[in-house]
Design a protein around this ligand. Structure first.
Ligand code: BG6
Length: 530
């Protein structure tokens, strides 16, 4: 059997041509995709310092993801984690919490990885504003370099509330920890929220730049680490059939939905300050939009991809305050039921003001003023307490010029559906003749599912992003200008809402949002009910 040539295209990495091994068809255990799925990029030894290590993110996401990397053999040989936080935890206490997180939230077999790697985790107690804590951290890191072979490379992960970022950044700079020298790297990963409007985002970018250069900075948007989000670029640019149709001549409109069935839970206090527009739309939905709408980049390097993404954001029209009501709908969930269980309305959630006007649902019509999309609106919606957790992009195509079937009643448009989560895959909806002597048309689907096409457990988004930060590959991270442009658009919406006499609509928890959201789409269009 002849060997076939495959290309492992990792978005954000170089495309590495490799020869696939000749697979042995007689072996039922050989995975024909095994070679394709193996990474060709290797991370250098390093220490990951997590600021705010006693928080939820470390336990739920970061440590389980590190163990996912360990399971897949992707952690560098010299590797260590230092948890930095105010609380008086011991190394042992930190390890116990981490082990617990891996058991609860990790992939299969990752708890065993933690058993083997646990002693690479240590704890460092200090206030974020205490300079002495950083001096002693520096010494500790040097000692770890000697004992664990981490080679002087550091990644600082800001997993604290944003109010602590400034103190941490200043101290990292003042103690020289942010300086790269002798070929050793120092990088910083910044968690969202990245500001709460353009002014605070610019100020934060300035603070970050006072300590680090842009290429050292990795602003996390975990949606970019999702396989299916990365697949948007693969679908568009690795195939010849979609791109010719990917424009205003053929696409009627695009719907981007990020629906969640959960409510705000214990995060009411945070949510009151952010609302769905800042929590989801400014970052996750805008990032997905840029990948759907961008022009082909000249390569897959970080700046080539991000240059194109930022151009899309720049082309999106800001709203004048008086135009916001006709282009957006915001709403709040009221008491309702899920699977027979009663759930609270938003105003009754912990930490939420009784007279709150914070939106838990928003739908927005955006216009991308460029040659490709000038007449194609993008509709974005996101909400809590919607019937299902689903993220999808629906590219809805224009109708054929003349409807010949079913007496002209066949009007269902073709939809290319990118299912980001769950049930990850891509589907194409089109009309087909119903078998029989009469000519009737019904819509059918061609369906690709990740789960069946690639028999592998898919990694958490944080795994990919942590790995890329170790490689120094910023493609899947937001650049300063992207963040600021997204705020420009969102700020104009928020300003319009402030100026508006209209209060948020209401929707019953467990329904697809307020009725007015339908009118946003315009005649002949409806929101998908996934
Ligand atoms: C976070 C938001 O960024 O994303 C949360 O702050 C939201 O409110 C979460 O629940 C959704 O992420 P995912 O990966 O579960 O879709």
């Amino acid at each position: 059997m002849a060997a076939t040539s495959v290309q492992v295209a990792a978005i954000g990495g170089n495309i590495t041509p490799r020869m696939a091994k000749t697979s042995d068809p007689s072996s039922s255990h050989s995975n024909p995709l095994g070679d394709e799925l193996r990474a060709t990029r290797a991370a250098k030894p390093c220490v990951l310092v997590i600021f705010g290590a006693t928080g939820d993110l470390t336990k739920r996401k970061l440590v389980p993801s590190l163990m996912g990397l360990a399971k897949d053999g992707l952690l560098p040989p010299g590797f260590a984690v230092v948890g930095f936080a105010r609380r008086a935890w011991s190394d042992e206490g930190f390890r116990t919490e981490c082990a617990d997180g891996v058991r609860q939230f990790g992939r299969s077999q990752t708890p065993e990885c933690f058993d083997a790697l646990g002693d690479a985790f240590t704890f460092h107690q200090s206030d974020f504003g205490d300079r002495a804590g950083y001096e002693s951290l520096k010494k500790k890191l040097e000692q770890i370099d000697r004992s664990r072979g981490t080679a002087g490379n550091r990644i600082f992960y800001l997993a604290t509330p944003p109010s602590s970022y400034s103190a941490i950044l200043q101290n990292l700079a003042a103690t020289g920890l942010s300086t790269e020298k002798d070929g050793k790297f120092a990088r910083v990963i910044v968690e969202k929220p990245f500001g709460r409007d353009i002014a605070t985002a610019v100020a934060l970018n300035d603070q970050v730049r006072a300590a680090f250069r842009e290429r050292q900075v990795f602003r996390i948007d975990h949606y970019l680490g999702k396989e299916t989000v990365q697949n948007i670029l693969a679908l568009r640019f690795a195939n010849g059939i979609f791109e010719p149709l990917w424009n205003e001549k053929f696409v009627d409109h695009v719907q981007i939905t990020v629906a969640e069935s959960i409510g705000v839970g214990s995060r009411g206090g945070y949510f009151e300050e952010s609302g769905i527009i800042r929590d989801m739309i400014q970052n996750h939905l805008m990032q997905v939009l840029t990948l759907v709408a961008m022009e082909p980049p000249t390569s897959l390097t970080a700046d080539a991809v991000r240059d194109e993404k930022v151009k899309v954001l720049k082309a999106i029209r800001s709203f004048r305050p008086e135009d916001v009501d006709s282009n957006t709908v915001r709403a709040q969930y009221t008491r309702g039921s899920f699977g027979g269980e009663e759930v609270k309305g938003y105003k009754n959630e912990e930490g939420v003001a009784a007279e709150s006007v914070t939106e838990t649902y928003a739908a927005v019509r955006l216009h991308v003023d460029n040659w490709r999309w000038a007449r194609t609106p993008f509709f974005l919606r996101s909400g809590k307490r919607l019937p299902r957790r689903v993220t999808e992009v629906a590219i809805t195509f224009k109708q054929p010029p003349l409807s010949l079937f079913d007496g002209g009643r066949w009007q269902t448009p073709n939809v290319l559906l990118l299912r980001i989560q769950p049930d990850e895959g891509v589907a194409l909806r089109f009309g087909a003749k119903v078998p029989g002597p009469d000519v009737h048309i019904r819509d059918v689907r061609m369906d690709f599912r990740y789960g069946t096409a690639f028999a592998s457990e898919s990694a958490d988004a944080y795994e990919r992003l942590l790995f890329d930060s170790m490689l120094g590959d910023g493609t899947l991270f937001a650049r300063a200008d992207e963040v600021e442009e997204a705020w420009r658009i969102v700020d104009s919406i928020v300003a319009g809402w402030k100026h508006s006499a209209r209060r948020p609509e209401e929707y019953v928890a467990g329904t697809w949002g307020p009725e007015r959201a339908d009118s946003l789409l315009g005649p002949g269009r409806t929101w998908r009910k996934p």
